[in-house]
Write a protein that binds this ligand. Structure first.
Ligand SMILES: [Zn+2]
Length: 599
């Protein structure tokens, strides 16, 4: 007889921030057993040691208390003796961390991510689990799990992976519904701000339809969008047939800010294919006890970012101009980071556990984000495949083949398969491409590939103040600015160095956490004041003395101002695109190349 597992989660006093969790197991064989809690949650590649929130554990076998031994940070052992087939474990979980990959309980709602609440027994991860919910009166439950047809407050997970891949949102949230391909989709909104819930729901439907068009069908019976509106920043976590998106409550206006909200939803939804189903074999089934290593997060996260944007364009939610603006902004951010010449995409992926999720003041000098560069390399790879195949094939075909051959069979692929599939689709070698831009740190061929589509990139300087008396070049375009080579931010009313660029004139002179207080003996109090003082009163090549406090010690450091990196990147159509370029663009973007939209 295989063991059965039934969870009950109760939270009748939500103000305590404590979940009472009961795991009832039957048919547990006689002998020694281990109960474990994940140390991380899939999609957030960071060891979070969720067991730190667990307390007051008790275990009974056939109504008799037995001993539970704490054997490791996330592991407990017990011995079932005699006919101890029925085991009940009770424990409490403190949950007051509002995030998409954490758990939160207060009088306004209950949200949990399964990795924080649910343990597994021994190696029993393939068995079905049920979850019974005991919530305050009047609270609703939203989750990606199926409801038990016989028990309306009970939910069914076909195995442990699905159990912890299905977060719950319980409370008095708004629920909006739509269907695509006769499949119900719910949009669950906790909190309020300047959202237009109906318009948001319609826009999400367009995202679902545009992404469905790439793969042809939707591989689930129902899908749940959990959206938290609060004063926190923006972030999301993907799941098999649900997602949780945390959105700043006033992010729905203006349009520029709403674009980021749509970008987030589009990214998380696309993950249902890319990473939840199409993934390297290290990313599922998971080892929840420790870090898992892959060199492919640029494909899982960066390409998901690329498709988030391109499907918003194809759905009509982003105009061509908006899409190209987003591309230009990414390019500018990428080209500003010295770390792009230090760390490859493959290394960035492998080291995510110790680098991307643990940034410090020097990270931009030494690392590159697999989101940022991965998105741009996705653009390059897609356009290069299209170019080599006269637009017969694209990166879409790579994903579709990986989906059919692996994901649809419920398995991951060996890492080498990614490049092989690209080469098979394109009918030619991509060894040099992978060596240079994925395993190496060479500048990406973005200018070349955008040229295929009749686009050109300009790298210039912002005209910061057209009215003032700054010198300009003879054609009136702004001149390069003098540059100190640092970024600053205000911390506790002090202007603090957040990074000293290794490519800047202050490298080895100013360092992270220095407090900047004066330029040539005159006080500065804000970041803007520092930047304006330098811009208006100095030229490239001038020496300025920067006064700082370093660990409480006053210091004056002379620095020769260098030429600032360009701060304005634009991607625009070339003047006279050929018919070939226009057709290429249209096939990629599903819109004509001539941009006639207003600003
Ligand atoms: Zn993602």
């Amino acid at each position: 007889m295989t063991p059965t597992f039934q969870y009950t989660v109760s939270f009748l006093e939500p103000g305590s921030h404590v979940y009472h969790v009961r795991l009832h197991m039957t048919n547990v064989p006689q002998g020694r057993h281990t109960l474990s809690l994940p140390v991380w949650t899939p999609g957030a590649y960071e060891v979070q040691d969720f067991a730190r929130h667990i307390f007051d554990l008790r275990i009974e076998a056939n109504h008799q208390t037995i001993t539970l031994n704490h054997e490791a940070k996330n592991r407990w052992g017990f011995e079932s003796v005699g006919d101890a087939s029925s085991i009940t474990l009770d424990y409490k979980v403190y949950a007051f961390e509002l995030g998409v990959d954490t758990s939160h309980l207060d009088p306004s709602h209950a949200y949990w991510n399964g990795a924080q609440l649910f343990m597994w027994l021994d190696t029993y991860q393939k068995e079905p689990y049920t979850v019974r919910v005991q919530a305050p009166t009047g609270w609703k439950v939203a989750t990606g799990l199926d409801t038990d047809p016989e028990h309306p407050n009970q939910y069914l997970a076909r195995n442990y992976d699905v159990l912890i891949d299905s977060p719950f949102e319980c409370g008095t949230h708004q629920t909006l519904m739509f269907t695509v391909d006769n499949k119900p989709h719910s949009v669950v909104l906790w909190g309020h701000g300047n959202e237009n819930a109906d318009e948001f729901t319609q826009d999400i439907q367009r995202i679902v339809e545009a992404q469905r068009d790439i793969f042809g069908s939707l591989p689930y019976d129902h899908y749940t969008f959990i959206v938290h509106l609060s004063d926190r920043g923006t972030g999301g976590l993907e799941h098999l047939n649900s997602t949780t998106c945390g959105v700043s409550r006033f992010a729905f206006k203006p349009r520029k800010s709403y674009r980021r909200v749509l970008g987030l939803v589009s990214h998380e939804f696309f993950h249902l294919w890319n990473v939840k189903r199409i993934h390297p074999d290290m990313l599922g089934p998971f080892n929840y006890d420790q870090e898992v290593y892959t060199h492919l997060l640029w494909a899982m996260e960066g390409f998901t970012d690329y498709y988030a944007g391109i499907t918003l364009r194809r759905s009509g939610l982003f105009s061509v101009k908006e899409y190209l603006k987003g591309l230009a902004d990414n390019l500018q951010a990428y080209e500003k980071e010295p770390g792009r010449f230090v760390q490859s995409l493959a290394e960035s992926s492998f080291d995510t556990w110790i680098k991307l999720y643990k940034p410090d003041e020097d990270s931009k000098n030494r690392t590159i984000s697999y989101y940022l560069k991965g998105d741009l390399v996705g653009t390059c790879l897609d356009l290069e495949i299209r170019h080599r195949t006269q637009s017969q094939f694209s990166l879409d075909d790579v994903l579709r083949r990986l989906y059919i051959r692996y994901a649809a069979q419920g398995i991951g692929f060996p890492e080498s398969v990614y490049q092989e599939t690209v080469e098979e689709v394109a009918g030619s070698s991509f060894q040099e491409f992978f060596d240079r831009y994925i395993y190496g740190t060479e500048p990406i061929p973005i200018d070349t590939v955008l040229g295929y589509a009749g686009l050109t990139i300009s790298r210039t300087y912002k005209d910061l103040d057209k009215e003032d008396d700054l010198d300009a070049t003879p054609d009136g375009s702004p001149l390069p600015l003098p540059w100190l080579g640092i970024d600053t931010r205000v911390v506790e009313k002090k202007v603090e160095v957040s990074i000293s660029y290794t490519t800047g004139p202050a490298a080895n002179l100013l360092q992270g956490q220095d407090h900047v207080i004066a330029v040539d003996g005159y006080q500065i109090q804000t970041v803007d004041e520092l930047n304006e003082r330098l811009r208006r009163n100095y030229r490239i090549g001038d020496t300025v003395t920067i006064s700082i406090f370093r660990r409480g010690q006053l210091m004056a450091i002379p620095i020769v101002l260098a030429e600032a990196p360009y701060n304005k990147v634009d991607v625009e159509p070339i003047k006279d695109p050929s018919q070939e370029q226009q057709a290429f663009f249209e096939s990629w973007m599903k819109a004509p190349l001539i941009i006639t939209e207003p600003n």
